[in-house]
Ligand binder design. Structure first.
Ligand SMILES: NC(=O)C1=CN([C@@H]2O[C@H](COP(=O)(O)OP(=O)(O)OC[C@H]3O[C@@H](n4cnc5c(N)ncnc54)[C@H](O)[C@@H]3O)[C@@H](O)[C@H]2O)[C@@H](O)CC1
Ligand SMILES: [K+]
Length: 545
């Protein structure tokens, strides 16, 4: 499991080692700078590039982040690289700058020009110079930043971003990314690699910050035992191997977990087909479908394993219908349309509330929520649906607000509704009402296709049906990973997201990491994602042995 911390927590953990009577701060900076230089050398090697003779420019701010960058560049200079420092604030960390010049580095000063707006500065010229180098180290702002780049530094970075430098390595965080939240103050220089120190910053595992950071590499600097509990966690495939359920020896279809599904409508039949199919291939012992006969025919044509439970309220011309079979969990919402299916959805949510069963509440059913929900209801909005959800609670936010601060708003929604909230995106965040958050990003961008969310809802519904009940963590797998009992619903949400992402990536033929590094992959369909689930699942749990 990857753990992430706020920049504030990492700074607090450093404090005991920064006693001015000792040289603790200098030691930490040396460790950080060595790690940064080593990561750059490995990256160049991996790219088949000689580093002796190649050029590196460090954009250095006046704080300790700039100090890390200058020391790292001085190590690279000693290994034969041509090194240039652009001091973005005119001054720099004294010892680091001295070490850099002593190692033979060239120093240039970013000049904002004497008259604001006179274009007399050298930002454009320096941007061209930086773009000609093999590596640019972004060491302008780190965890001590307030807001983003300003003035000439912003001009330089904006111009450099346009020129698409070959390799950008961010020092600790890309300058302008808020280390605590992932909020981005533009402009930001997109990095291919971010080398972060002491603890992974939460802002590197939440959008939009994650989208600027590239691959994230952690360099330990000796403060790790002083860090508090992480604010954000991400499961690895190895964790998934432990967390995915497997049937007991005497399992039967009812004990495996039965999922009730209210989804689809004559207008949006595909949502029912996709979510039911995904639930069946994701291990539910049985799926009971409630919806119009015409939709049920399509569901059964694709997934004959499902059971049609009748049309419910719609079939009874709005007079209401009792849910016939027992279920362990519910999936309510994908593709709802028409009074009858909405009534079925209301009935299903009421039954879930009465029966204490967990539920996936998706799409149209998000409009039917009570004021407070139980934590074992997992709401699965995208950014637009989350803004509508908060708007109904008199918290007017736009979709753009949610997209620019997803970590903040997913936490707020979980706290406000009492439910677990899974906010879908390139990086998906799952917040427990306790405040704990999980972040997963295995999916490749080919998965941004119609029906992909219906498949995720089906996968999650099936996992809820299999894991629900008092024996949810009988094998102690969640506890072994340090997941508190109240956060297990969010953790299960994260498992579903991860499985969905891995299945989509398998269907596309490219992992997220390879896609980000420039590999192509191919288009996928929502059904293609569902069809990849069982193979990916089997591959993951094979690692248990
Ligand atoms: N404290 C330590 O001993 C260690 C710190 N480390 C590094 O130090 C960084 C934190 O250093 P600092 O606290 O000096 O802060 P930063 O280096 O993040 O920079 C902030 C500096 O720029 C100014 N500033 C803040 N916001 C600005 C803005 N929007 N535009 C322009 N200037 C702005 C501040 O006055 C401050 O001088 C970490 O990110 C990490 O890279 C590492 O070397 C590990 C050890
Ligand atoms: K930086």
């Amino acid at each position: 499991m990857i753990s992430a911390f706020t920049g504030t927590d990492v700074r607090a953990a450093e404090q005991p080692l920064l006693d001015p009577r000792s040289d603790g701060g200098a030691v930490l900076m040396q460790r950080a700078a060595h790690g940064l230089a080593a990561a750059i050398v490995s990256e160049l090697r991996a790219r088949g590039q000689r580093f002796a003779g190649s050029g590196v420019t460090v954009l250095a701010g006046k704080g300790n982040n700039g100090g890390d960058g200058l020391f790292a560049a001085s190590f690279l200079a000693r290994r034969g690289m041509r090194t240039t420092a652009v001091l973005t604030a005119g001054s720099a960390h004294t010892e680091a700058l001295a070490a850099f010049t002593a190692a033979g580095g060239r120093v240039l000063i970013l000049d904002s020009g004497s008259n604001a707006g006179s274009n007399a500065g050298n930002a454009e010229e320096l941007a061209v110079l930086c773009a000609g180098d093999d590596v640019v180290i972004d060491a302008v702002l780190g965890t001590g930043a307030r807001g983003g780049l300003r003035g000439a530094a912003a001009e330089l970075v904006a111009a450099l971003q346009e020129l698409r430098p070959r390799l950008v390595v961010a020092c600790d965080v890309p300058s302008g990314v808020d280390a605590d939240t992932g909020e981005v103050h533009w402009p930001v220089l997109d990095a291919q690699l971010t080398v972060t120190f002491g603890g992974i910053k939460a802002g590197l595992l939440a959008d939009p910050g994650e989208g600027c950071a590239g691959r994230v590499q952690l360099v330990p600097i000796g403060i790790e035992s002083l860090l508090p509990a992480p604010v954000l966690r991400r499961f690895s495939t190895a964790d998934l191997a432990a967390l995915l359920p497997s049937p007991g020896r005497r399992a039967h279809k009812y004990s495996r977990g039965v999922l009730g599904v209210v989804a689809g409508s004559e207008k949006y039949a595909g949502a029912a087909v996709l979510s039911v199919h995904a639930a069946v291939v994701s291990g539910a012992g049985m799926v009971r479908y409630l919806g119009p006969a015409a939709v049920a025919r399509q569901v059964l044509a694709r997934t004959p394993e499902a059971l049609w439970e009748g049309a419910g309220a719609e079939g009874a011309n709005g007079s209401g219908g009792a849910w016939p079979g027992r279920v362990q969990a519910w999936l309510v919402g994908p593709g709802l349309d028409g009074a009858g299916q909405l009534e079925n959805a209301r009935d299903a949510l009421a039954a879930a509330l009465d029966g204490g069963q967990p539920a996936v509440v998706d799409a149209g059913a998000l409009e039917l929520l009570p004021d407070r929900c139980p934590p074992h209801w997992i709401l699965t909005p995208h950014a637009g649906e989350l803004s509508a959800l908060l708007g109904r609670s008199e918290m007017p936010v736009t979709r753009e607000d949610v997209e620019s601060r997803p970590l903040h708003f997913v936490r707020l929604a979980a706290e406000h509704t009492g439910a677990t909230v899974l906010l879908k995106g390139a990086t998906t965040l799952v917040a427990s009402p306790s405040g704990a958050v999980f972040s997963q990003s295995e999916g490749c961008p080919w998965m941004a296709t119609a029906g992909s969310g219906d498949v995720l809802a089906g996968i999650l519904g099936a996992l809820l049906a299999q894991c629900a009940g008092p024996g949810m963590d009988d094998d102690g797998a969640f506890a072994a990973l340090g997941v508190a009992p109240e956060d297990r619903w969010a953790a299960l949400g994260a498992v579903a997201v991860s499985l969905h992402g891995l299945a989509g990536s398998a269907a596309s033929g490219v992992s997220r990491a390879r896609f980000d590094a420039g590999a192509g992959g191919g288009p996928v369909t929502a059904l293609g994602i569902a069809d990849a689930v069982s193979g990916v699942w089997a591959q993951i749990v094979a690692d248990r042995l």
